[in-house]
Design a protein around this ligand. Sequence first.
Ligand code: SF4
Length: 790
Amino acid sequence: MKFNRRDFLKMGGGAGIAIALGGGLWNWTQSPSPLKTNPPGVERWVPTVCGQCMGGCGILVRVIDGWATNITGNPLHPVNRGTLCPKGIAGLQGLYDPDRIRSPLKRVGKRGEGRWQPIVWEEALQRVTDLLKDLRKNAEPHRLVVLGGRYRGLMRLLWERFMEAYGSPNYIDNQFRWEGMPMEGLFLTQALHQSPIYDFENAQYILSFGVPLLDSYWFPIHALKAFGHFRRGRVGQRGRLVQIECRLSITGIKADEWIPIRPGTEGLLALGIAHMLIKEGLYHKEFVSQKSFGFESWIDPEGKPHLGFKEFVLSEFPPRRVFEKTGVPVETIIRLAREFAENQPSLAIGYRDRPFHQMAVAALNGLVGGIDRPGGLLIPKSIPFQPFPPVIKDRLAQKGREMERIDEGLSKVFQIDRPYLFAKNSVSGSPYRPEVLFLYYTNPLFSNPHPEIFRKALDQIPYIVSFSPYMDDSTQYADLVLPDHTPLERWQDDPMFLNSGVPVLGIRQPSIAPLYQTRATGDVLITIAKKLGNEIQKAFPWKDFEDLLLYGLRGIFDSRRGDVFGLEFDESWIRILQRGGWWDPSYKSFEEFWRLLKERGGWWDPLYDFGEWERLFKTPSKKFEFFARGLKKVLSLKEKEDSFFLPHWEDKKKEGEKDYPFQLHIFKTMSLGGGRNANQPWLQEIAGPHLFERWTTWIEINPKTAMELGITDGDWIWIESPFGKIKGKARLYKGAMPQVVSIPFGLGHRSGGRWAERIGENPYHLLGLELDPLTGQPLQESIGVKIYKA
Ligand code: SF4
């Protein structure tokens, strides 16, 4: 069943509307058995937010007699406007997974062996409280470490507050770099520590440097909707997408053009295109001269001359040299540069490659003036939550917070956490070892490249607590499991941004009562804080997470910005109202605001303010920087040459090329991309739609290469790197480049229930541990592999 906005209006909102089946608005569509008549059930539709990925789509959950029976899209939610991806539809399979953890579990066997004893919550909470009290008794609160994963909103602030009040500096974000937007490129050019937003739908021409826009993008449905608008949503105007990548993905298939490129050289191609834009004078002269710094060579206040981007790019990246490394023909480079300049607004998007490769892609947007304009790169305003009151720390907490972080602190330049240094330092014991580790929404033994280093780290930690609703590779390694509710059973805020740069806050509310003896981790943390007593308890004046959520929401209410998702207002109408200078939201009191949030699914502020340059450029020059003066200021790297601060290309190490002649490329699919959904059989069934692959790991090989190796379609083959080997099914694919073999990520769980465990292989075991010196994060680069028949 699909709703439109008018249906929603007729329904009178959503939550709390109960309609007796048969006599209500919606008719029972499944025919009951003629022999037995079912009594009518009580039906309601609950607006909430899908939790299957980070896409933030609004959903309506159909609940009959207290059971969630169906999920459809919320037509009011601006992220997805009523549509869903297959993962969203499969959300019920996450809720009803028969292998869900049903109560707290205490390990009774050896670590990782999988022998557990169910215990009651009181015992579990007492165990954690005693452990934490002991750490403080020994004056070692800093030895509590939290590894947190992919989630957002107030839960993150809650964890940080807990650690501050308790006295540990070690909340470590384990969202490793590849999974995000190109933040480092944004910092180098605009000195902002946040994610850029790309206004896809209003662009005319997109150069995608390996971004899986239509496969496994950060906001999959929102990106798909934007693509639809970009392609066909504007009368007489059809956007053009050029996909540059080493394997023909679904995005490549749907693009107007696929440009095959050697893996890891996308940033170099961006520099080759920049060369041609400058050489042919095709760049945006006004933006470059008035809003940018470092394009021309310059002289600093001490009189020292510095190299500019123009001179550097013209001398270092002529198309012929770029062709030799990337494999992209010279004439293609020239044509792409011309198309990129002529089809305005044009947009270059890249993945979270090495920082200076990200900067090379960002520089293309600077060259065409594609910053802060419709169809360009946008910087959204934040959501005005009410700030929490300051934490009053006791003496132990103060001392603990002053200790060095176990990951040696945030990366100096980019202000990001370094989970790999946490792992290495936990193994070495320097500066110290963690005593207690909490795992929240993260599974480092599966979803981090080179998981072995995390396994060694976990071996060194005396006590591990996991808050996962499901058994997974890392939870299997815990000593205690405090199972969270699934997203369909809990309260949570879900803040995000639309491609048009406007903030949206989805409200996740319980659609049904918890099925098992699980508890929301937010509630659990507040309970533990209260049990710890004194100043820690005082830092948490809230009854539970819902109470805390209401506290945060009051800031939005008081800000006099935006409105709840509308039934009758459309975006343009609100814009007109706001341009008129008056604000007329749908609510008059906070209570009404809260009721409407629950009924409609959330809040948004549909106005983006263009031209606030001081918000966009926090650089020393207050301009877009082709020369990263912000970086130079942070690092004081006097000894580095100017070219270090300009977008440049860093070649990868060349080791063992002869023994490992193929390049490995790991990709993510829409259904299993996040690595979390392999426990859902519907998604296993559609794992590789372009090759009709399912329930196994396949390896994509170019047919000609396969023929030379004597491999035929469907053969079982080994793929081996210097770090490990895995077995998979060979699939001959014309979209594979001859020297590149590609494997999907998402399978190969060693734990996770009947539908995930021991199905397929995890290609991250093939990766080594080369860390980027600036970020401390693993490099997303192809490594050499060999392949042979099993
Ligand atoms: S894109 Fe993500 S959030 Fe949206 S429906 Fe699919 S899984 Fe859910």
